[in-house]
Design a protein around this ligand. Sequence first.
Ligand SMILES: *[C@@H]1O[C@H](CO)[C@@H](O)[C@H](O)[C@H]1NC(C)=O
Ligand SMILES: *[C@@H]1O[C@H](CO)[C@@H](O)[C@H](O)[C@H]1NC(C)=O
Ligand SMILES: *[C@@H]1O[C@H](CO)[C@@H](O)[C@H](O)[C@H]1NC(C)=O
Ligand SMILES: *[C@@H]1O[C@H](CO)[C@@H](O)[C@H](O)[C@H]1NC(C)=O
Ligand SMILES: *[C@@H]1O[C@H](CO)[C@@H](O)[C@H](O)[C@H]1NC(C)=O
Length: 168
Amino acid sequence: MKAIWCRIFLFCVVLISVVHGDTTIESVLKAKGDFSDIIEGASEAGLTSLYNNPSAKETVFTPNNTGLMNTLSQLDIGAIQALQLLQNHTLLRQLLLYGTVNQSISIASLSSGSHQFPSMLGPNLTLVKNSTGAFVNDVRVIQQDIAAGASEIQVVETLLIPPNVHIS
Ligand SMILES: *[C@@H]1O[C@H](CO)[C@@H](O)[C@H](O)[C@H]1NC(C)=O
Ligand SMILES: *[C@@H]1O[C@H](CO)[C@@H](O)[C@H](O)[C@H]1NC(C)=O
Ligand SMILES: *[C@@H]1O[C@H](CO)[C@@H](O)[C@H](O)[C@H]1NC(C)=O
Ligand SMILES: *[C@@H]1O[C@H](CO)[C@@H](O)[C@H](O)[C@H]1NC(C)=O
Ligand SMILES: *[C@@H]1O[C@H](CO)[C@@H](O)[C@H](O)[C@H]1NC(C)=O
């Protein structure tokens, strides 16, 4: 009898740690499926820890794979050039840090109007909430407030590009 309770207890401990260990920005993006490019970019840039820290309290503004591709084609960047960009780790870090705020932002709890948040790169991001929806630097948020542990994921239509950073 004792042995059974002991096994049930151990099973629960293992289950809880697996569930907890899994809830990061990266695990939620992986489960959603169409964010592999941004995850690969973070890994290339040596910024995996930005997305896989279970105790982080951050907000990530990220496009999905299609949004990223649309951003590149709007900038007239072809496939070969995109691969070259992926090798520029300085640029990748700038882009990823600009899309991350070191605090948890719930858009649902924000008042209407304009709000400024410091990106982890430095420059502020401007978040506007109005009757049309939510926008970051005028880029539409297409999916709001996806919880990832204590962090939040905000899916934006295209990649946020820092001021004075030129991609090409
Ligand atoms: C890499 O990106 C940085 C920052 O955007 C830029 O200054 C630099 O010229 C780029 N390097 C190459 C080799 O393209
Ligand atoms: C993020 O904020 C926490 C406190 O909220 C702080 O301890 C930590 O150093 C910050 N991280 C970065 C990379 O700024
Ligand atoms: C950046 O946003 C903070 C509020 O989060 C504000 O206090 C600060 O003045 C802003 N900085 C600039 C340069 O707008
Ligand atoms: C809401 O804000 C966005 C981004 O600034 C803007 O493009 C849009 O026109 C605004 N909508 C209204 C109804 O003011
Ligand atoms: C992915 O992003 C694109 C462009 O922002 C958007 O049109 C599309 O609806 C998104 N896909 C999903 C499944 O949310």
